[in-house]
Design a protein around this ligand. Sequence first.
Ligand SMILES: Cc1ncc(COP(=O)(O)O)c(C=O)c1O
Length: 502
Amino acid sequence: MIDENRVEAGALSATGVPAERVLEEVRELRASDAPTHGGRLFAYVYDPAVPGLDELAAAAHRESAHVNGLDPTAFPSLLAMENALVGAAGRVLGAGPGTTAPDVVGSVTSGGTESLILAVKTARDAHPEITAPRIVVPSSAHAAFAKAAHYLRVALDVVPVSPETLRPDPAAMAAAIRPETVLVACSAPSYAHGVVDPVTQIAAAAAEAGVRCHVDACFGGWTLPYLRRLGEPVPPFDFAVPGVTSISVDLHKYAYAPKGVSVLLHRDATLRAPQYFAYADWPGYTMINPVIASTRSGGPIAAAYATVRHLGDEGYLRLAAITRDAVTGLADAVRAVDGLRLMAEPESTVVCFTATEGGPDLFVLVDELTARGWHTQPQLSYAGLPASVHLTVTAAVAPRVAEFGPDLTDAVAAARAAGPVRLPAELAALVGALTPEALTPDLIVGLAAGLGLGGEVGSDAGPLPERMALVNTLLDAAPSALRERLLVEFVSLLQRPSWAPS
Ligand SMILES: Cc1ncc(COP(=O)(O)O)c(C=O)c1O
């Protein structure tokens, strides 16, 4: 029976929980997370390991958390910080006074995905006469382009990358441009393998066709210029390249700001114009939004501002040098192990490796590394590219590099001894025969339970099994449409309200 006088449910307590206790709850919940600091997590987080930086960012966030980016005239502090961040990003990416891109403008968004959705929206809305717009992307482009295409009803023309170079052929990119193409995109670098696409040729082809060219530098846009200054052979990718019309760079990645901040830059204000949404046809305030969100917290912007101000150009150069050395050390560690090979020679801050013929099962290896305290990111096989292990390397990894090699050797030996994962025959048969449409709720719950995924309603089990090799092997065996559907269903099993107060 529901007691109608009680409203206690989930996070809503009946009488309010004392502040100290609430913080304890948060800390208790956080205890089961992957470690965000300490240099052993190779995805999701970007840690420069600079003493005091977290505290500074948190203090700046606190100052501006309740400021609303909805109206820059009411909160000019936010406008000033946004413009300062756009100026910094432009400078890092070859724009500003004295460059070939003196008129660059931009906006602060909530992240890479929002920047890319807006880049696609802006390109689409620049051509209202094109009724069935399309964009051209390499197959290595971030999934956010597919999300943008899906949200915005823009067709996605995907150009495969070479299995050797992991880059698209610029001629194939050029050939994919059609009269309805509104945007050509490429990455600097790609997330999966960390390679820089041939931006110069792709941008030239786009310009020749009169089409915009977006460089997705969300991941590495803040490190590549510093790596170049350190003498690394970074190919041209920024506004110095003719034909590049927009660039995205995430400050919550290698600018080391807390989550929630990316910058989308356009070569000039005319190119940016279709990005805005304005609406005056209602009785409330006229809405003018440069980005997707309307109300926006000033917290992440202030935190990013404080981070960029504090680290400064020299700080980023120093962090890039530390990161580069860590990348070199990790890549050497991979090269030294029989049975593994690098997917590509590192040219940014990613180390990505796969197994050679007769090498260990990569998914078992990932579990063995996890058991040794190294949290790596498995990548499933795709369109002729083998499954791989991705390491996003940040400065915090540097002090750990010497420990990685021996643990990798050890983990490979353990993975070899354990042998490859064999999908139980009934699961293998199921994956072979299943289509996304044939998945029923019962089948999903049964599969989730069989794989140890904590989807069972009422169960207190953690959301994931300790070892993920079986899950990854199953997903790897599934075509991408089935992978998507299975993961959507598994995640939606996890996302349900907790009614009971803790
Ligand atoms: C190249 C690239 N583009 C876009 C994104 C999307 O960024 P976000 O996760 O901030 O939305 C990422 C994230 O890793 C990325 O690596």
